[in-house]
Every structure is written in structure tokens, then in C-alpha cells.
Design a protein around this ligand. Structure first.
Ligand SMILES: [Zn+2]
Length: 76
């Protein structure tokens, strides 16, 4: 798969950290599977991963206080 940003790099399986700012808190999800460009380092998530992150954030909003760090591989 070609990178959509630089059009020359190759997208490869990788892992990244996802940062989100919710209404009253910050969330960091670690070890999120993504595709990363070998050229420019651009990262994209698959649809299924985006949905899962939405799920995680929905559930979290009810329980977290200020800052949360979550390991994706433990909640997915
Ligand atoms: Zn690229």
C-alpha cells in the first residue's frame, strides 16, 4: 500500500500511541496498531481500529478523571 501523503513511501504495519482530548480529560492509548509510511512517517489507522478506539473512549469518559494511559493490546 502506497502512502497517501508523500505518494512515494510504502505503508508498513507498525504500532503507535493515540492521544485524545475528551471533554474533561486526556487519554493516551499505547500500542495501537497502525500503518506507518517508511518515507514520511505518516500514520493511518484501519477502520476497525478507529471504531475500537471510539468504543474505548466512550467507555472511558465515564470512569477516568484527568489523564489515562491505556494499553491497546489489553483492551481490544
Ligand atoms: Zn509518506
Amino acid at each position: 500500500m502506497r502512502c497517501t501523503s508523500c505518494k512515494s513511501g510504502e505503508m508498513q504495519e507498525s504500532k503507535t500511541s493515540y492521544f485524545a482530548q475528551l471533554k474533561s480529560c486526556y487519554v493516551i492509548i499505547e500500542n495501537v496498531p497502525c500503518l506507518k509510511c517508511t518515507q514520511c512517517g505518516d500514520e493511518v489507522f484501519r477502520g476497525s481500529v478507529v471504531e475500537k478506539i471510539d468504543d474505548i473512549l466512550d467507555n472511558l469518559e465515564k470512569i477516568v478523571s484527568k489523564i489515562s494511559i491505556i494499553d491497546y493490546s489489553k483492551v481490544a
